[in-house]
Design a protein around this ligand. Sequence first.
Ligand code: ADP
Ligand code: MN
Length: 175
Amino acid sequence: MAQSSRKKPNILVSGTPGTGKTTTASLLADATQLRHINVGDLVKEKNLYDGWDDEFECHIINEDLVCDELEDMMEEGGNIVDYHGCDFFPERWFDRVVVLQTDNSVLYDRLSSRGYMGTKLTNNIECEIFQVLLEEAKTCYPEDIVVAMQNDCVDDISRNVTILTEWARSWQPAT
Ligand code: ADP
Ligand code: MN
């Protein structure tokens, strides 16, 4: 079901940790008045996880609980969803899927200053090198709604936010 009654678009901002999802989503929310939903924060606030993954050093989120929590807001429309994965969200939720990408050396520095080390750091750099999130997005959503955007520097982010703001302004509900 691709059609929906929503009057405002839903945008997913995906990408490897550190590619700038939260920064981008937050600037975009300011520019568009759409609602920024940081899924990682929501999971913590509402306890939507099943435990801790020792290998990847992250919460194991409960995907069904997350989708239940988001369903009404997504139905209503006007959301910017900020999350590194996209394969468990219903395809019908999104009008645009943005995958942010960052140069390896820039990403390495960002993740190191966030305190990532060892396997966690390496896994995330590999995730970016192999374009895991872009492939996932292309597998899960129609090709024409998926867009990759480079986010290395300040010029990149302002350009991306401008492009996405224009897109959101000109979005029309399906009739
Ligand atoms: P994510 O939510 O994808 O993990 P963040 O938005 O938290 O990424 O960004 C990670 C780090 O990179 C933050 O310190 C942020 O300030 C910085 N950053 C993000 N985008 C840019 C950019 N375009 N130019 C410079 N620094 C950026
Ligand atoms: Mn984030």
